[in-house]
Design a binder for this molecule. Structure first.
Ligand code: APR
Length: 361
């Protein structure tokens, strides 16, 4: 096939850090070997996109942002065997190559072929599939979903059930495994436990859902947005958590991406058996400073990405669980807007009003 040119220009380009997204006409090249071109049906705004646009993750610009998405395969490159045009798929920020040390390990999921840490903005062969006004446009985490068509590696695509409602399941590509999975799969939250969740955005809300599903008897939510947490604290939040819990929480989750709240989450855990999970992605230049002597008392500090799920293996099952009413993702979608209202979606996001939005181009 030839390069697609837009009938209606529905591609968002961030020309530089901090700039407003421009809606541009973009050339999307055909997929090369082991790549897939996908028509994006719905996408969401994740905190990580916001971090990237603000320049906190050292991404290359100009880029097409977005990484949480569901779509339909439009064409496949040479050697692609796991899907065909017309298949419904999820676009994955963390691929699963099934060959690297992380993929081969039973517990590993941070595939060596990922493009988040660090982020080149290029496909696996070191080139881009997007051009705009004669300029090369970078990919975002090899996903780029704020576009009508995108090209991604086959290893970063999960084929899903043909009955999946495409306006909703995009959040199963990132938010649901990241949050719900952090609680049920990574932390393995126990029945009757006390959980603390820092940050009640999309990810934090999905964590709360996972804690509840795991039978936690108490879930404490922490956020600076007063609509979500109407209480003005006079002392450090970890001290308040200690008072509320007696000796600290069984599980604490950080879903913001700030070092201060990571330390607060660590300090909120029971010093002997508490487990602190870092779900938020901190700015790439930041460092975490913990009291070293406190570590020996037994607490666990664990990082988690996409809920420790092997992405291509597990996300299709989450879609089936949703179709069979075993998990309910509907409350996580606060708005559904058409793509031409992308700017409004970002306004709502920045005003703290939206957890996720989806669009149909
Ligand atoms: N203390 C408490 N809450 C805070 C603070 C703070 N200092 N700063 C921000 N928050 C709250 C916001 O009010 C918001 O409700 O954290 C929440 C963040 O939610 P979103 O912006 O919706 O981000 P989300 O998509 O949930 O991602 C959260 O997880 O995957 C990572 O990179 C992502 O680091 C990001 C984090």
């Amino acid at each position: 096939g030839s390069a697609l040119s837009a009938q209606s220009p529905t591609r968002a380009v961030a020309w530089k850090t901090g700039s407003t997204l421009a809606i541009e006409e973009v050339q999307v090249e055909p997929p090369k070997a082991q790549e897939v071109r996908i028509k994006v049906i719905s996408t969401g705004i994740c905190g990580t996109d916001d971090h990237a646009l603000k320049g906190l993750l050292s991404a290359n610009f100009p880029l097409i942002p977005g990484h949480e998405g569901a779509g339909i395969v439009e064409s496949i490159g040479k050697g692609v065997s796991s899907m065909k045009p017309g298949d419904k798929v999820l676009i994955l920020i963390i691929p699963q190559c099934r060959e690297c040390s992380a993929c081969l390990h039973p517990e590993g999921n941070f595939c060596e072929k990922q493009d988040v840490l660090p982020s080149s903005g290029l496909m696996l062969d070191g080139t881009s599939r997007f051009t705009c006004k004669g300029k090369k446009i970078y990919h975002s985490f090899r996903a780029s979903t704020f576009t009508e068509y995108t090209v991604v590696p086959e290893i970063a695509v999960a084929k899903i059930d043909a009955a999946a409602p495409m306006d909703k399941v995009s959040i199963i590509s990132c938010e649901v495994p990241t949050g719900y999975g952090a609680a049920v799969n990574s932390a393995k939250v126990t029945r009757g436990s006390t959980c603390v969740v820092f940050g009640l955005g999309g990810i934090g809300s999905a964590i709360v859902m996972g804690c509840k599903a795991s039978g936690a008897s108490r879930i404490i939510g922490i956020d600076i947005n007063e609509e979500k947490f109407p209480r003005n604290l006079k002392k450090p939040v970890q001290e308040v958590v200690m008072e509320m819990t007696g000796a600290g929480a069984d599980f604490a989750f950080e879903a913001i991406g700030l070092t201060d709240t990571m330390i607060a989450a660590w300090d909120s855990c029971h010093r002997s058996y508490g487990v602190c999970l870092i779900v938020g992605l901190a700015p790439s230049s930041s460092k975490l400073s913990l009291k070293a002597s406190e570590i020996v008392s037994g607490r666990t500090l664990k990082g988690v990405c996409l809920g420790d799920y092997k992405t291509r293996d597990c996300t299709p099952q989450l879609v089936i669980d949703y179709l069979q009413n075993k998990i309910n993702i509907d409350p996580l979608i606060t708005h559904q807007l058409p793509f031409d209202q992308l700017h409004k979606a970002f306004e709502l996001y920045h005003a703290g009003k939206t957890k996720r939005f989806t669009y149909i181009p």
